[in-house]
Design a protein around this ligand. Structure first.
Ligand code: GDP
Length: 456
């Protein structure tokens, strides 16, 4: 039976005043002590059962929230295990950050329904209730799996599958070579594998980066508006800023007067770099090439590329398009209220995302907000605890697979026998499998193995 310590957000993630993160298991108090700083300095482990403590929730040096913590010692808790409930402010991000801190300090994200399952296994719920409990757990599991698959739909899911395929391919090769050295040689394979590991690592790392939606929510989306003079960039900024004109702050460490405006769009904060200084010159393309602007572009999360759709595209427009290639670009065909000269086909080459707007009339802003939300929140921060938990589970799975890949590298460095490679590769493969709801697929493995082992 599982005796590890589990944690989850226990309250629904609606925009409510209070949220509860629940930790249950042998180490619940110890883990809570690592993230909680009581105002009176007392540790939770020393506290009596059924007491409430006031203080700060910390992740290392960073204060996450002011909280109340409830201590319930075994067996007098819902799960009959040592339980800590952290009563925090109910913001989605705060709860998520706290859960992450708790997980980083030793708890495991709970499976859906796991608290109830423990309550059941520890005899808190009697047999007559068992069936309905199991139903609930199952339906919660289905939901969690579905929501995690929803979340992963499309490109991410495919990427994980693709990464796993590469892994199983290498595993199959190693195993085949060990079994059948006459046909498969491992000479020079270590170097080859090293290179593949590098690629796999960066792919996993990339997924981890994109999984960092919290960062976007917390720090805002670094946005740059680009476009030729007179296409309507300032007008757009004005519309976005609305009546409550954004606070204008000077960006630290810059000597040029590039300003950043903070605009809140449906709760997502956009830090828009105002290219005022750049805009004033005749030759935008040349000016935008200056280092500072380039640096901003480089570091930006989002580029809003404004085009005047009442005029045909010019060489300059294509130059700018080239400059922002590979970035997250939304092309805004501005001045939709005028007669249109730019054709759809012209723009489709520039970016897959384009929207017709009229900065003058304020048209198209809802669609822009939708698009930004889709791009950065994958349309999917549904306010619901299971989704958030699976999110953190994904992150954990990715981190674990990264660790396993590093172990393979280490084995190569230390000139360990090849079967060490495949053990850690298999771990990486399996842990990614749990992320997408696929266990080790015997079929796939068989298929690939059979490809190699033709002589057998
Ligand atoms: P910027 O140089 O790119 O910042 O462009 P501005 O925002 O200063 O706009 C240039 C000119 O285009 C101004 O006269 C605006 O009033 C006009 N303009 C901007 N957006 C629109 C629009 O959607 N429709 C129309 N008809 N005119 C616009």
């Amino acid at each position: 039976m599982n005796t590890d310590t589990i944690a989850a957000i226990a309250t629904a993630m609606a925009a409510s005043g209070i949220g509860i993160i629940r930790i249950s298991g042998e180490q619940a108090l110890e883990i809570a002590d690592r993230v909680f700083q009581a105002k009176n300095g007392k540790s939770l482990q020393e506290s009596k059962s059924h007491t409430i403590h006031y203080g700060y929730l910390m992740n290392q040096d960073q204060m996450l929230d002011e909280v109340l913590v409830m201590v319930m010692k075994a067996p007098n808790s819902y799960t009959k295990e040592d339980t800590v409930e952290i009563d925090c402010h109910g913001g989605i991000l705060v709860m998520r950050k706290i859960l992450e801190a708790v997980v980083q300090n030793g708890a495991r994200p709970a499976e859906p329904g796991e608290f109830t399952k423990r309550a059941f296994l520890n005899g808190r719920i009697d047999l007559t209730q068992a069936e309905s409990v199991i139903d609930i757990i199952n339906s919660k599991n289905d939901f969690a799996l579905k929501s995690s698959l929803d979340q992963l739909r499309g490109s991410v899911l495919n990427k994980v599958r693709n990464i796993r395929e590469k892994m199983i391919h290498e595993i199959a090769f190693i195993e085949s070579a060990i079994d059948d050295p006459e046909h498969y040689s491992l000479d020079g394979y270590a170097e080859q594998l090293m290179q593949i590991l590098g690629e796999l690592k960066s792919e996993v790392q990339h997924l981890l980066d994109t999984a960092e939606q919290g960062k976007i929510l917390r720090e805002g989306i670094r946005t740059v508006i680009v476009g030729k003079p007179n296409v309507g960039k300032s007008s757009l900024l004005n519309v976005l800023a609305g009546s409550d004109r954004a606070i204008v702050t000077e960006v630290a460490g810059t000597t040029r007067d590039i300003l950043e405006e903070h605009i809140s769009l449906r709760g997502i904060s956009l830090n828009i770099v105002d290219t005022a200084g750049i805009r004033d010159t005749d030759d935008l393309v040349e000016k935008i090439g200056v280092d500072r602007a380039k640096e901003y572009l480089e570091r930006s999360d989002l580029v809003l590329y404004v085009i005047d759709s009442s005029k045909s595209l010019s060489e300059e427009d294509y130059e700018i398009a080239k400059m922002i290639q590979g970035k997250n670009v939304i092309v805004l065909l501005n001045k939709s209220d005028l007669e249109q000269k730019v054709r759809r086909e012209d723009v489709e080459q520039l970016s897959e995302h384009f929207i017709c707007i009229s900065a003058k009339q304020g048209d198209g802003m809802e669609e822009l907000a939708d698009r930004i939300q889709d791009m950065f929140l994958k349309g999917n921060v549904s306010f619901n605890d299971e989704v958030i938990i699976t999110n953190i589970r994904h992150k954990n799975a990715l981190l674990q697979s990264l660790e396993s890949l590093k172990m393979v590298e280490e084995s190569i460095y230390n000139q360990m026998p090849e079967d060490f490679y495949s053990i850690d590769l298999m771990n990486a493969y399996e842990v990614l499998g749990t992320m997408i709801g696929e266990a080790v697929e015997d079929d796939l493995a068989d298929e690939i193995f059979s490809k190699f082992c033709m002589g057998k």
